[in-house]
Ligand binder design. Structure first.
Ligand SMILES: C[S@@+](CC[C@H](N)C(=O)[O-])C[C@H]1O[C@@H](n2cnc3c(N)ncnc32)[C@H](O)[C@@H]1O
Length: 256
């Protein structure tokens, strides 16, 4: 399947903010519920140790993704670890909810563009389920910005560009309908737009299928790295880590 840039509804500036938040809240819920990042803990732990800032700067955080569960695992080796949530469209309610769950989380109130991260945000940069949102030149810019500021960077995707992922996304509305009552913080709007006017299941499915169709393959990730000026000053790793129930694609770069 050839990669197509396409578009996702949640990326559009006209897309209602409250619906975008319901979509990313759902991603946060399933990522933590199924602990999908458990097997990438050693990869991230090594980066945190090497970097020495004891901080993860998460870009394109949405509703916080699976970082809550991951943070608990990472804290076993890095008890003072801090995690800063950021986004181009910050979901402050969700950020505050995650911060209340765990005091090692903080967040940026202002919009943070993954392609041009402000210099005061120092630490290991992470991105979960968002590399595919960026067209090639923007994805290269994300890596370039990390290289220019000598910041380690780790990008993870839990879907792939294949028939299995597309089929899984087509069935995702069932999960939305089953899991919505358990998503916190509770919101009457979420219930209305899931069960009465079912826009949340519809857009989770549409954006999910579109996400799968535009996910970079490992050779394409390697191609992005080769386009970064000064890439030879970083060590790069790309691959796929089994982490039941999914496989996690990763692209990791660290200063040599
Ligand atoms: C699919 S969500 C991923 C959310 C979260 N990381 C997770 O795992 O659930 C993609 C996120 O990318 C954000 N985003 C889009 N363009 C961005 C940019 N240029 N810089 C930072 N974030 C961006 C969107 O606002 C959205 O929250």
């Amino acid at each position: 399947m050839k990669r197509k840039q396409l578009f996702e509804f949640e990326d559009q500036s006209w897309f209602p903010g409250f619906l975008r938040n319901y979509l990313t809240d759902f991603l946060q819920f399933i990522s933590n519920q199924f602990d999908i990042y458990k097997n990438i803990t050693p990869l991230l732990s090594e980066l945190v140790k090497k970097d020495g800032n004891n901080t993860i700067v998460d870009l394109a955080s949405g509703g916080g993704g699976g970082l809550y569960r991951l943070s608990n695992r990472l804290k076993e080796e890095h008890p003072d670890l801090k995690i800063i949530l950021t986004d181009y469209y910050p979901n402050l309610k969700a950020f505050e909810y995650v911060r209340k769950q765990s005091a090692n989380f903080g967040y940026e109130k202002e919009s943070v563009d993954a392609r041009k991260v402000p210099s005061h945000l120092k630490g290991v940069r992470t991105q979960f389920l968002s590399l595919h949102h960026f067209r090639e030149e923007d994805a290269v810019q994300i890596l370039q910005n990390a290289v220019d500021s000598k910041s380690p960077i780790a990008l993870f995707e839990s879907q792939e560009r294949n028939v299995k992922s597309v089929l899984a996304m087509l069935f995702s509305p069932i999960n939305v309908l089953l899991m919505t009552p358990f998503i916190k913080p509770f919101s009457l709007g979420r219930i209305v737009f899931t069960y009465i006017i079912p826009l949340v299941p519809l857009f989770v499915m549409l954006d999910g299928v579109l996400s799968a169709l535009r996910t970079y393959t490992i050779p394409e990730m390697n191609e992005l790295i080769s386009r970064v000026e000064g890439h030879e000053h970083f060590e790069w790793k790309t691959g796929k880590q089994k982490s039941s129930p999914v496989g996690i694609l990763y692209l990791i770069g660290t200063p040599k």
